[in-house]
Ligand binder design. Structure first.
Ligand SMILES: *[C@@H]1O[C@H](CO)[C@@H](O)[C@H](O)[C@H]1NC(C)=O
Ligand SMILES: *[C@@H]1O[C@H](CO)[C@@H](O)[C@H](O)[C@H]1NC(C)=O
Ligand SMILES: *[C@@H]1O[C@H](CO)[C@@H](O)[C@H](O)[C@H]1NC(C)=O
Length: 689
């Protein structure tokens, strides 16, 4: 009993001292008297929620980058003479010069530090291994990451210290050799735990070193951002197998996520998930191991009342993904039928422009099969035309989940940043992260993570890294041929939302719902001020051919800069587009339903659209808005001659409408492509794709 007494006494002391000290202040009663951060929160009480946050990704800093060097393969803007600009070689595969990283963070500090509530930073803060003369080394990768992490601290600090919570994760290029992360704990995870010390809550450092995952309450007691370690889901990580064997780190990752999301649910909190590698899974290609995708989709579905959104990087192109809960296969998740893996090609880790276009077309073709929002609402999937019963009604499109993927800072196209806005109704006076950071850290220290420590035998097995990798590589090849694993008796599955729970912020507009985003870009052609901005000449065709072989030397390949000494213009980001006023997208908000509607419309541009013209009025909703932009693209409709039926009058009307929808769909599709490549492609180039 003695320790309890001591604790009570200490609490008493803590409670009384500051209280008496502040008793003369009229405001003192409003402050929790034992709040250890009260001194600070008084100092920074000016900081209020803004309803905005920054998503920044794929900086790829390269301190070997030199202006006016060659953008060719295996030189990568390190040597020779060529068009590489001061702030980066836009549209090429060269990495970012330090000047671009500096200028980007300086711009962010000046324009965004005091306008955002938190920062989602989705990794890849080291260069690629694209020059045989200067191979990457583990130490360079880690020391660059340390430099960049320190730069983030500077960017989001004022004289009192860090004022904006930053939530990082690592990318497949932040580890050596790239793509391979063995199960933790290991040196890499311990090093990142140290590099990100200012960002990872003290109490979670231990579990971070075990799995590379953590979360931050970016709005205390309201909203947490979860940093997922997607390396443990990534199909190209030869250090792991899948997410269904209990010894796998991916399996443990989902266990951890379940416990945390349960806890948030019971506290009435919401979560934003973020990671580096997105759960891309088109008809032909996929980035995550299928079992990880399956579990993720199940978790997202069961926690649809808790999860606000999920954000990723890695792909460089601006786009989004929809996961469909109808594709959840419990047999795979319960590991009883491993041999049933669908066979999809593993995706190249980063996509050239040609393969990106192919990938986006696959997305579009998959979207062609989406039910229209109207059909969803009425419970009429287009496959069963007369099935308009109550059954299957999905007014808020809760069957689907959305992954938003932001383009990168590294100028594979133009450098880009995304600023989200979200609904803070009712939270205007909520304490901010900076007010309570210390208090939260103290509370979290009480949480034990004992159960996550793996047994010694397993650790030993994991430490023979190279052998393991070889073995696993072989095993991967033979996937499905080995003995079936037994059904896991300990597997815990997430519970769905409690009966009667109304749809979460991802689905139904409410507090914390994402309202929209503004996409910023830096026009390096203009800023570098060395080369013309024109595209679409013969040169560019060569580029595209070259790029399909792998390396992309960029649109200025073979050109000579006009100044001997670079004379850049002032560096700045400007708005590329905003979902708030983009008439072609017509997104009322960033709810899943809004994106299902958009994806469905884009899908109508696919040749794979079903030939039947269903009672689908969803495209008429925003007719006029779209038509205002009639001239933006010349619509060449070549999709129509495949049809050789006989028509009656109503079929003709249907056909006419279908034609109009196709035209509109194609326009939306081209608009989507334009943004995918951060406005670096001309109209003609987009048409060619
Ligand atoms: C980038 O910023 C760092 C720190 O402020 C500075 O030391 C470095 O010289 C800068 N590099 C470039 C290329 O601007
Ligand atoms: C924001 O949330 C409040 C409270 O749920 C809601 O009344 C309001 O309509 C929402 N605003 C928008 C723009 O969705
Ligand atoms: C970028 O700048 C170049 C050169 O000034 C210009 O030709 C081009 O149209 C600009 N691109 C965009 C998307 O603003």
């Amino acid at each position: 009993m003695a320790p309890l007494k001591a604790l009570q006494w200490a609490t008493l002391m803590l409670a009384q001292l500051p209280f008496t000290a502040l008793a003369t202040e009229t405001q003192a009663v409003l402050q929790p008297p034992n709040d250890p951060g009260s001194e600070r929160s008084l100092a920074t009480s000016q900081r209020r929620l803004r309803g905005r946050f920054l998503h920044i990704t794929d900086l790829h800093p390269d301190d070997h980058y030199k202006p006016h060097t060659s953008t060719q393969e295996n030189i990568a803007c390190h040597r020779g003479h060529g068009p590489a600009g001061v702030y980066g070689a836009e549209t090429s595969d060269c990495d970012s010069p330090m000047s671009l990283v500096n200028a980007t963070l300086a711009w962010v500090r000046e324009h965004l530090r005091d306008e955002v509530d938190f920062v989602v930073w989705t990794g890849d803060s080291a260069r690629h291994d694209s020059d045989e003369e200067i191979p990457r080394h583990n130490n360079d990768i880690l020391s660059m990451n340390r430099r960049i992490a320190d730069a983030f601290v500077d960017t989001f600090s004022d004289e009192t210290g860090l004022v904006v919570p930053v939530v990082p994760t690592f990318g497949n290029n932040d580890i050596y050799p790239h793509n391979i992360l063995m199960p933790g704990p290991n040196d890499i995870l311990r090093t990142y735990s140290s590099i990100w010390k200012p960002f990872i809550p003290e109490a979670q450092r231990h579990s971070f070193e075990f799995g590379g995952w953590f979360y931050v309450e970016v709005i205390p007691h309201k909203l947490a951002v979860f940093s997922l370690n997607t390396m443990y889901f990534f199909d190209r990580n030869a250090g792991i197998d899948d997410c269904v064997h209990p010894s796998e780190p991916g399996y443990k990752h989902f266990e951890w996520l379940l416990v945390q999301l349960d806890s948030l649910r019971s506290r009435g909190m919401k979560a934003i998930l973020m990671g580096h590698v997105p759960p891309a899974r088109t008809s032909g290609k996929q980035l995550w191991d299928e079992t990880c995708w399956q579990k993720y989709t199940l978790w997202m579905h069961q926690y649809r009342d808790v999860i606000v959104s999920s954000l990723f990087g890695h792909m460089n192109i601006d786009h989004f993904l929809l996961q469909d809960a109808k594709e959840i296969d419990m047999a795979l998740i319960q590991a009883s039928a491993e041999s049933q893996f669908s066979v999809r090609e593993t995706m190249d880790e980063e996509l050239s422009i040609q393969s990106s276009a192919g990938y986006l077309k696959e997305l579009r073709d998959d979207w062609a099969k989406l039910p229209s929002p109207v059909a969803l609402e009425q419970g009429a999937d287009r496959s069963k035309k007369r099935g308009r019963g109550k059954k299957g009604k999905d007014k808020w499109a809760e069957r689907f989940q959305l992954s938003l993927i932001s383009p990168s800072v590294v100028p594979n196209y133009f450098p880009s940043l995304r600023v989200f806005e979200y609904n803070i109704t009712g939270l205007e006076d909520n304490p901010t992260w900076v007010d309570t950071a210390r208090e939260i850290q103290l509370n979290e220290e009480e949480v034990s993570h004992q159960d996550e420590i793996p047994d010694v035998g397993e650790l030993k097995r994991r430490q023979t890294a190279d052998l393991e990798i070889e073995k696993k590589k072989k095993k991967k090849k033979n996937k499905g041929k080995g003995p079936k694993p037994p059904k896991d008796p300990h597997l815990r599955l997430p519970e769905p939302p409690a009966k009667g729970t109304s749809p979460g912020p991802a689905y139904r507009p409410q507090t914390l719902t994402l309202l929209g985003f503004t996409q910023y870009y830096a026009n390096l052609t203009y800023i570098n001020n060395d080369l013309g901005g024109s595209g679409g000449d013969d040169d560019d065709d060569d580029n595209d051919k070259a790029s399909s072989r792998g390396w992309n030397p960029g649109k200025h390949k073979g050109k000579t800069p006009k100044h001997d000494k670079p004379q850049p213009r002032e560096f700045r980001f400007e708005v590329e587009y905003s979902t708030f006023d983009d008439k072609i997208y017509g997104l009322d908000d960033l709810t899943v339903k809004s994106f299902v509607r958009l994806a469905h419309r884009i899908g109508q541009a696919s040749k794979k659209t079903e030939e039947s013209f269903v009672q689908d009025n969803s495209l008429d909703d925003d007719d006029d808005e779209v038509d205002e932009h009639e001239d933006e693209y010349d619509v060449v409709d070549d999709d129509d001659d495949s049809d050789s039926e006989m028509y009656d009058e109503s079929a003709k009307r249907g056909k006419k409408k279908k034609h109009k929808n196709k035209k509109k769909a194609r326009k939306t599709w081209l608009h989507f492509l334009k943004h995918a490549f951060v406005s670096t492609k001309s109209k003609d180039e987009l048409e060619d794709l």
